[in-house]
Design a protein around this ligand. Structure first.
Ligand SMILES: C[S@@+](CC[C@H](N)C(=O)[O-])C[C@H]1O[C@@H](n2cnc3c(N)ncnc32)[C@H](O)[C@@H]1O
Length: 251
Protein backbone atom coordinates (compact mmCIF):
# COMPACT_ATOMS: atom_id res chain seq x y z
CA UNK A 1 0.00 0.00 0.00
CA UNK A 2 1.41 3.34 -1.01
CA UNK A 3 0.22 6.52 0.66
CA UNK A 4 1.38 9.08 -1.85
CA UNK A 5 1.66 12.86 -1.68
CA UNK A 6 0.85 14.13 -5.17
CA UNK A 7 1.46 17.86 -4.74
CA UNK A 8 -0.99 20.75 -4.49
CA UNK A 9 -2.82 20.20 -7.76
CA UNK A 10 -0.62 20.60 -10.81
CA UNK A 11 0.81 17.34 -12.22
CA UNK A 12 4.09 19.26 -12.57
CA UNK A 13 4.50 18.95 -8.81
CA UNK A 14 4.29 15.14 -8.89
CA UNK A 15 7.61 13.52 -8.06
CA UNK A 16 9.07 10.63 -10.09
CA UNK A 17 8.79 8.33 -7.05
CA UNK A 18 5.10 9.16 -6.72
CA UNK A 19 4.54 8.43 -10.42
CA UNK A 20 6.33 5.06 -10.12
CA UNK A 21 4.17 4.01 -7.17
CA UNK A 22 0.96 5.04 -8.90
CA UNK A 23 1.94 3.25 -12.13
CA UNK A 24 2.65 -0.03 -10.42
CA UNK A 25 -0.59 -0.02 -8.43
CA UNK A 26 -3.53 -2.17 -9.44
CA UNK A 27 -5.86 -0.22 -7.13
CA UNK A 28 -6.09 3.55 -6.80
CA UNK A 29 -8.37 5.05 -4.17
CA UNK A 30 -8.71 8.80 -3.88
CA UNK A 31 -10.80 11.90 -3.46
CA UNK A 32 -11.83 13.66 -6.67
CA UNK A 33 -9.29 16.49 -6.44
CA UNK A 34 -6.33 14.14 -6.02
CA UNK A 35 -7.58 11.75 -8.70
CA UNK A 36 -7.83 14.72 -11.08
CA UNK A 37 -4.22 15.66 -10.24
CA UNK A 38 -2.93 12.22 -11.30
CA UNK A 39 -5.44 11.57 -14.10
CA UNK A 40 -2.79 11.80 -16.83
CA UNK A 41 -0.85 8.85 -15.38
CA UNK A 42 -3.79 6.60 -14.53
CA UNK A 43 -4.45 3.77 -16.95
CA UNK A 44 -8.09 2.78 -16.46
CA UNK A 45 -7.72 -0.22 -18.76
CA UNK A 46 -5.56 -2.04 -16.19
CA UNK A 47 -6.10 -0.14 -12.93
CA UNK A 48 -9.16 -0.17 -10.68
CA UNK A 49 -9.90 3.40 -9.67
CA UNK A 50 -12.17 4.22 -6.72
CA UNK A 51 -13.43 7.75 -6.21
CA UNK A 52 -14.14 8.16 -2.50
CA UNK A 53 -15.88 10.73 -0.33
CA UNK A 54 -15.97 11.10 3.44
CA UNK A 55 -19.14 9.02 3.41
CA UNK A 56 -17.98 5.93 1.52
CA UNK A 57 -14.22 5.83 2.14
CA UNK A 58 -14.32 3.35 5.04
CA UNK A 59 -16.09 0.62 3.08
CA UNK A 60 -13.86 1.15 0.01
CA UNK A 61 -10.61 0.88 2.01
CA UNK A 62 -11.88 -2.33 3.63
CA UNK A 63 -13.14 -3.83 0.35
CA UNK A 64 -9.84 -3.21 -1.40
CA UNK A 65 -7.87 -4.54 1.58
CA UNK A 66 -9.89 -7.78 1.44
CA UNK A 67 -9.51 -8.05 -2.33
CA UNK A 68 -5.76 -7.49 -2.54
CA UNK A 69 -3.60 -10.49 -3.38
CA UNK A 70 0.10 -11.00 -2.78
CA UNK A 71 2.21 -8.92 -5.13
CA UNK A 72 -0.54 -6.39 -5.81
CA UNK A 73 -0.15 -2.73 -4.93
CA UNK A 74 -2.62 -0.05 -4.01
CA UNK A 75 -2.08 3.72 -4.01
CA UNK A 76 -4.03 6.22 -1.98
CA UNK A 77 -3.04 9.66 -3.28
CA UNK A 78 -3.17 12.72 -1.02
CA UNK A 79 -3.07 16.38 -1.94
CA UNK A 80 0.27 18.02 -1.22
CA UNK A 81 2.24 16.00 1.31
CA UNK A 82 0.56 13.02 2.93
CA UNK A 83 2.38 13.90 6.16
CA UNK A 84 0.73 17.26 6.60
CA UNK A 85 -2.88 17.69 7.73
CA UNK A 86 -3.97 14.26 6.50
CA UNK A 87 -3.52 12.14 9.61
CA UNK A 88 -7.23 11.46 10.17
CA UNK A 89 -7.24 9.32 7.02
CA UNK A 90 -3.59 8.21 7.05
CA UNK A 91 -3.92 6.86 10.61
CA UNK A 92 -6.99 4.85 9.60
CA UNK A 93 -5.16 3.40 6.59
CA UNK A 94 -2.29 2.39 8.89
CA UNK A 95 -4.83 0.67 11.11
CA UNK A 96 -6.43 -1.25 8.25
CA UNK A 97 -3.34 -2.12 6.20
CA UNK A 98 -0.75 -2.25 9.01
CA UNK A 99 2.45 -0.23 9.38
CA UNK A 100 4.64 -2.95 7.86
CA UNK A 101 2.82 -3.03 4.53
CA UNK A 102 2.38 0.71 4.14
CA UNK A 103 4.97 2.98 2.54
CA UNK A 104 4.44 6.74 2.77
CA UNK A 105 5.83 8.68 -0.16
CA UNK A 106 6.19 12.38 0.65
CA UNK A 107 4.93 15.05 -1.70
CA UNK A 108 5.31 18.78 -2.14
CA UNK A 109 2.92 20.42 0.29
CA UNK A 110 0.76 23.43 -0.43
CA UNK A 111 2.45 25.06 2.56
CA UNK A 112 5.85 24.67 0.89
CA UNK A 113 4.51 26.37 -2.21
CA UNK A 114 3.00 29.18 -0.09
CA UNK A 115 6.31 29.53 1.73
CA UNK A 116 8.13 29.81 -1.60
CA UNK A 117 5.70 32.37 -3.00
CA UNK A 118 5.83 34.58 0.08
CA UNK A 119 9.57 33.96 0.56
CA UNK A 120 8.96 33.22 4.24
CA UNK A 121 11.02 30.23 5.42
CA UNK A 122 9.12 27.35 7.01
CA UNK A 123 11.64 27.01 9.83
CA UNK A 124 11.02 30.61 10.89
CA UNK A 125 7.25 30.17 10.83
CA UNK A 126 4.64 28.62 13.04
CA UNK A 127 2.73 26.15 10.90
CA UNK A 128 -0.86 25.37 11.87
CA UNK A 129 -3.67 23.41 10.31
CA UNK A 130 -7.22 24.24 11.31
CA UNK A 131 -8.35 21.75 8.67
CA UNK A 132 -9.24 19.13 11.27
CA UNK A 133 -12.46 17.55 12.51
CA UNK A 134 -11.68 17.95 16.20
CA UNK A 135 -11.73 20.89 18.54
CA UNK A 136 -9.58 23.86 17.43
CA UNK A 137 -9.66 26.02 20.57
CA UNK A 138 -6.12 25.02 21.60
CA UNK A 139 -4.83 25.77 18.11
CA UNK A 140 -6.48 29.20 18.24
CA UNK A 141 -4.47 29.97 21.39
CA UNK A 142 -1.30 28.79 19.66
CA UNK A 143 -2.09 31.20 16.83
CA UNK A 144 -2.36 34.15 19.21
CA UNK A 145 0.84 33.14 21.03
CA UNK A 146 2.79 32.79 17.78
CA UNK A 147 1.68 36.23 16.63
CA UNK A 148 2.58 37.78 20.01
CA UNK A 149 5.97 36.03 19.73
CA UNK A 150 6.49 37.94 16.44
CA UNK A 151 6.52 34.73 14.43
CA UNK A 152 5.15 34.39 10.96
CA UNK A 153 2.28 31.90 10.76
CA UNK A 154 1.45 29.68 7.82
CA UNK A 155 -2.00 28.22 8.29
CA UNK A 156 -4.71 26.18 6.68
CA UNK A 157 -8.11 27.66 7.49
CA UNK A 158 -11.10 25.48 8.28
CA UNK A 159 -13.86 25.29 5.69
CA UNK A 160 -16.97 23.48 6.90
CA UNK A 161 -19.56 23.85 4.15
CA UNK A 162 -22.27 21.82 5.92
CA UNK A 163 -22.04 23.75 9.18
CA UNK A 164 -20.90 27.36 8.78
CA UNK A 165 -20.70 27.76 12.58
CA UNK A 166 -17.62 25.52 12.43
CA UNK A 167 -15.93 27.58 9.69
CA UNK A 168 -12.67 29.24 10.62
CA UNK A 169 -11.87 30.97 7.38
CA UNK A 170 -9.83 34.11 6.75
CA UNK A 171 -12.56 36.55 7.77
CA UNK A 172 -13.34 34.58 10.95
CA UNK A 173 -9.64 34.41 11.75
CA UNK A 174 -9.04 38.15 11.61
CA UNK A 175 -12.19 38.84 13.63
CA UNK A 176 -10.90 36.39 16.23
CA UNK A 177 -7.50 38.11 16.27
CA UNK A 178 -9.11 41.54 16.66
CA UNK A 179 -11.28 40.24 19.50
CA UNK A 180 -8.10 39.02 21.21
CA UNK A 181 -6.39 42.39 21.08
CA UNK A 182 -4.18 41.94 18.01
CA UNK A 183 -3.80 45.07 15.94
CA UNK A 184 -5.06 43.75 12.62
CA UNK A 185 -4.69 47.05 10.78
CA UNK A 186 -0.89 46.72 10.77
CA UNK A 187 -0.58 42.94 10.60
CA UNK A 188 0.61 41.86 7.15
CA UNK A 189 -1.05 38.87 5.51
CA UNK A 190 -1.07 36.81 2.36
CA UNK A 191 -3.81 34.53 1.06
CA UNK A 192 -3.19 32.05 -1.73
CA UNK A 193 -5.98 30.21 -3.52
CA UNK A 194 -5.61 27.28 -5.91
CA UNK A 195 -1.82 27.11 -5.63
CA UNK A 196 -0.09 25.67 -8.71
CA UNK A 197 -3.35 25.71 -10.72
CA UNK A 198 -2.04 28.16 -13.29
CA UNK A 199 -5.35 29.42 -14.63
CA UNK A 200 -7.00 29.73 -11.21
CA UNK A 201 -4.26 30.71 -8.76
CA UNK A 202 -4.88 33.98 -6.87
CA UNK A 203 -2.73 35.95 -4.44
CA UNK A 204 -3.95 38.49 -1.91
CA UNK A 205 -1.41 40.61 -0.06
CA UNK A 206 -2.36 43.31 2.38
CA UNK A 207 -3.30 44.05 5.97
CA UNK A 208 -5.31 41.59 8.03
CA UNK A 209 -8.09 44.15 8.55
CA UNK A 210 -8.82 44.04 4.82
CA UNK A 211 -9.79 40.35 5.12
CA UNK A 212 -12.81 41.11 7.31
CA UNK A 213 -15.86 40.19 5.27
CA UNK A 214 -13.82 38.75 2.38
CA UNK A 215 -14.43 35.16 1.36
CA UNK A 216 -11.98 32.75 -0.16
CA UNK A 217 -12.16 29.29 -1.64
CA UNK A 218 -11.68 26.36 0.78
CA UNK A 219 -8.57 25.55 -1.25
CA UNK A 220 -6.62 28.41 0.27
CA UNK A 221 -3.76 29.16 2.64
CA UNK A 222 -3.24 32.19 4.84
CA UNK A 223 0.08 33.57 5.99
CA UNK A 224 0.67 36.08 8.73
CA UNK A 225 3.86 37.73 7.68
CA UNK A 226 6.13 38.94 10.47
CA UNK A 227 9.26 37.74 8.75
CA UNK A 228 12.51 39.56 9.32
CA UNK A 229 15.21 38.62 6.88
CA UNK A 230 18.54 37.78 8.44
CA UNK A 231 21.58 36.62 6.54
CA UNK A 232 24.74 34.93 7.74
CA UNK A 233 26.35 38.39 7.78
CA UNK A 234 24.08 39.32 10.71
CA UNK A 235 25.59 36.46 12.68
CA UNK A 236 29.31 36.88 11.96
CA UNK A 237 31.11 35.97 15.15
CA UNK A 238 33.65 38.46 16.56
CA UNK A 239 36.43 35.89 16.07
CA UNK A 240 35.52 35.54 12.42
CA UNK A 241 35.62 39.33 11.95
CA UNK A 242 39.10 39.42 13.50
CA UNK A 243 40.66 36.90 11.12
CA UNK A 244 43.70 38.79 9.82
CA UNK A 245 44.10 39.26 6.12
CA UNK A 246 46.80 37.12 4.55
CA UNK A 247 49.51 39.38 3.25
CA UNK A 248 51.38 37.91 0.34
CA UNK A 249 55.09 38.30 0.48
CA UNK A 250 55.98 39.89 -2.83
CA UNK A 251 59.76 39.71 -2.39
C1 LIG B 1 -6.77 18.28 4.20
S1 LIG B 1 -5.72 19.63 3.94
C2 LIG B 1 -4.46 18.85 3.02
C3 LIG B 1 -3.13 19.56 3.00
C4 LIG B 1 -2.15 18.82 2.11
N1 LIG B 1 -1.79 17.53 2.66
C5 LIG B 1 -0.87 19.59 1.82
O1 LIG B 1 0.23 19.14 2.18
O2 LIG B 1 -0.97 20.63 1.14
C6 LIG B 1 -6.57 20.52 2.68
C7 LIG B 1 -6.23 21.99 2.73
O3 LIG B 1 -4.93 22.21 2.23
C8 LIG B 1 -4.86 23.47 1.59
N2 LIG B 1 -4.50 23.27 0.18
C9 LIG B 1 -4.25 22.10 -0.43
N3 LIG B 1 -3.94 22.30 -1.73
C10 LIG B 1 -4.01 23.63 -1.94
C11 LIG B 1 -3.80 24.46 -3.07
N4 LIG B 1 -3.49 23.96 -4.27
N5 LIG B 1 -3.94 25.79 -2.91
C12 LIG B 1 -4.26 26.32 -1.71
N6 LIG B 1 -4.48 25.59 -0.62
C13 LIG B 1 -4.35 24.26 -0.72
C14 LIG B 1 -6.24 24.10 1.72
O4 LIG B 1 -6.27 24.87 2.91
C15 LIG B 1 -7.12 22.87 1.85
O5 LIG B 1 -8.36 23.15 2.45
Amino acid sequence: MFIVGVGPGSPQYLTCVAIEAIEKSKYIIGYKYTLDTIESIIDRTRQEVYHVTMLNQESVYQDVYNKMKDGEYCTVPFTGDANFSESEVVDRLLEIFGDDTVEIIPGISSIQVASSKSKIPLDKSYVLSFHVSGDIEKKKKELINAIMDKKSVILLPRPWPNDPSKNFMQSDIVKFLKFNGINISTLKVWVFEYLTKSNKETVFRGNASELEGMSFNPLSIMIIDQNERQTYRDFDSPEKKQIPKIVLDSS
